[in-house]
Write a protein that binds this ligand. Structure first.
Ligand code: G6Q
Length: 556
């Protein structure tokens, strides 16, 4: 399989890099008054200004060529057609079918998936309506007030992020809780705040075999059974899974199971039944709006020419930094408190998808692949890690995300927030020259000696890339579009690198080893052959927790 460095466009980009790496964006803005107008795109309620990047028409042209030479258009078609592009798991990749609002048939193994998608959506709608309206009652005939989603990774981060982002749309009676960590502290903290009669547990697991989720689910069930009885479980536990047999084995009636399919990847699953907490909290209409927003972005992605295609351009600009500037990380900085879970969500989406070292065919990659994604609310980041972004030695592209519409009625707050995000983007781009720093210090009346000592510290090289991502409003539709935009950006990059963005074998190794070690910690079996460090850690644990005779019953 060809390596991206073999494509002619890659060579052209290498030349562009050598010729343009010293060009300052501030000069480009001065030379081209139309730059901001030319380098921005709007899709639905999402407006992206990507003009503060180290790009030119020629660079963008070559990046688009690279996408063509890597076969991106064909790959996009294959995904949307339901072909099995996740080759290592022999699966289709069809999160786009979950929000296929035009409902045109999408075939997997010759069968249209849309009737099943619509059927589950309908059942989710009926169930959500019953819970929200108060028609669905707990075992003592009380309405549900608390929903506890037990799931981890893809079965947690999406619903948690969406419910947090769209808090203003949430049902006033419903308190949403998310338990992912097998550290009992998290579940205990939630159980202390809820009552069995008024709590609904959603056990969300694609496989229904994930150790953390099943352990938490069993504990929740035991807690419930201290007051309720087995027959009451049906009113308080529902499951979301692809695995009917395991759900039944756990003791949840499969009538209370909401299904999804192996062609929905965990980190791409919030649009499926995994989104049940979102629908319960926001209501069916808002959930559908979220799907509509994603569908709008899907249509844009599949139809717009590559040079005017928002997810494609964001992916390509990312490639420009990762592969040519050696920028190995990327910051997500929402200027919006309720989007504070977004960096974590995109971190999984991107890093689990593109954290790969071999190509589709199994041969090693010849270039860097997915970046390290990190971030925090921008305004808080400004008072913490932004120092490194302004004056450190790395090239770190930053996505600055904000809402044009006010998010609270508190006077003055939104204006301060937005003035900061715009100021940061300007500062990252312009920097401050030694001359500007010197003039400022002179105006403060410092001596020449003091000025010369301070000038290097007060100088900012600037030329630091940002994308400004503005939503006209943070609402279900725009959140759907925003997340779909990132999904397709990640896909675009994966195609250029020729990797499989849809498997996650890296997650599996630790899971396997943990099973062996668990048995050793509990004394069920003697320690197996480990390296000296691991064996010592196991012995240390056993010394702290086990009786002298070696019995070590962890679960009591
Ligand atoms: C996502 C990953 C991973 C997965 C969790 C939970 O793409 O595969 O984060 O979602 O490991 O898996 P289950 O849903 O099967 O419990």
């Amino acid at each position: 399989m060809a390596q991206p460095i073999d494509f002619p466009a890659w060579q052209a980009l290498q030349q562009n890099f050598e010729q343009s790496k010293h060009i300052q964006m501030r000069d480009q803005f001065e030379q081209d008054p139309q730059r901001a107008e030319r380098y921005c795109l709007e899709v639905g309620g999402i407006h992206v200004d990507f003009s503060k990047n180290r790009i030119s028409d020629e660079i963008l042209g070559n990046l688009v060529e690279l996408a063509k030479q890597a076969g991106l258009p064909e790959r996009m078609q294959q995904m949307f057609r339901g072909e099995k592009i996740n080759q290592t798991e022999n699966r289709a990749v069809l999160h786009v079918a979950l929000r296929n609002r035009t409902n045109n048939p999408i075939l997997v193994d010759g069968e249209d998936v849309m009737p099943q998608v619509n059927d589950v959506l309908r059942r989710m709608g009926e169930f959500s309506h019953a819970v929200r309206s108060g028609e669905w009652l707990g075992y003592t005939n009380q309405v549900i007030t608390d929903v506890v989603n037990i799931g981890i990774g893809g079965s947690d981060l999406g619903p948690l992020m969406m419910c947090t982002a769209l808090k203003g749309f949430g049902h006033p009676r419903l308190n949403m809780h998310f338990v992912s960590n097998v550290d009992g502290a998290q579940l205990r903290d939630v159980l202390e705040r809820v009552h069995p009669e008024t709590t609904l547990f959603i056990i969300a697991s694609k496989t229904f075999t994930t150790q953390e989720t099943i352990t938490n689910a069993n504990t929740a069930r035991q807690w419930f059974l201290k007051e309720g009885s087995e027959k009451d479980i049906a009113k308080h536990f529902v499951a979301v899974s692809t695995n009917k047999a395991e759900v039944a084995k756990f003791g949840i009636d499969t009538d209370h199971m909401f299904e999804f399919w192996d062609w929905v990847g965990g980190r791409y699953s919030l649009w499926s039944a995994i989104g049940l907490p979102i629908m319960l909290y926001l209501g069916e209409e808002n959930f559908i709006e979220m799907l509509n927003g994603a569908h709008l972005m899907d249509n844009h992605f599949i139809n717009a020419p590559l040079e005017k295609n928002l997810p494609v351009l964001l992916g390509l600009i990312g490639i420009w930094y990762i592969n040519f500037y050696g920028g190995g990380s990327h910051v997500i900085a929402p200027y919006d408190q309720h989007l504070h879970r977004l960096p974590k969500f995109i971190q999984q989406l991107d890093m689990e998808s593109n954290g790969k070292q071999v190509k589709m065919g199994g041969e090693p990659v010849a270039t860097e692949t997915g970046p390290i994604i990190w971030g925090e609310t921008g305004i808080n980041g400004q008072h913490a890690f932004f120092q490194l972004l302004h004056q450190g030695t790395h090239v770190t592209p930053i996505d600055l995300i904000a809402s044009l519409t006010k998010r609270s009625n508190l006077p003055g707050h939104h204006e301060i927030l937005l003035s900061n995000v715009f100021a940061q983007a300007e500062a990252f781009m312009r920097g401050k020259t030694p001359e500007e720093a010197r003039a400022e210090l002179q105006a403060q009346g410092l001596s020449d000696a003091q000025i010369e000592t301070l000038v290097p510290h007060k100088t900012f090289s600037g030329n630091r890339p940002t994308n400004m991502i503005l939503m006209d409003e943070v609402n279900p539709r725009n959140m759907g579009s925003l997340i779909a935009m990132y999904e397709h950006k990640v896909f675009t990059q994966g195609v250029i690198w020729g990797i499989n963005s849809f498997d996650q074998w890296g997650v599996e190794l630790g899971k396997q080893l943990a099973k062996t070690i668990l048995a050793e910690l509990t004394g069920a079996i003697d320690p197996q052959k480990h390296d000296a460090s691991t064996s010592r850690l196991i012995r240390l644990y056993r010394k702290t927790n086990c009786a002298e005779d070696g019995t070590c019953d962890l679960f009591n």
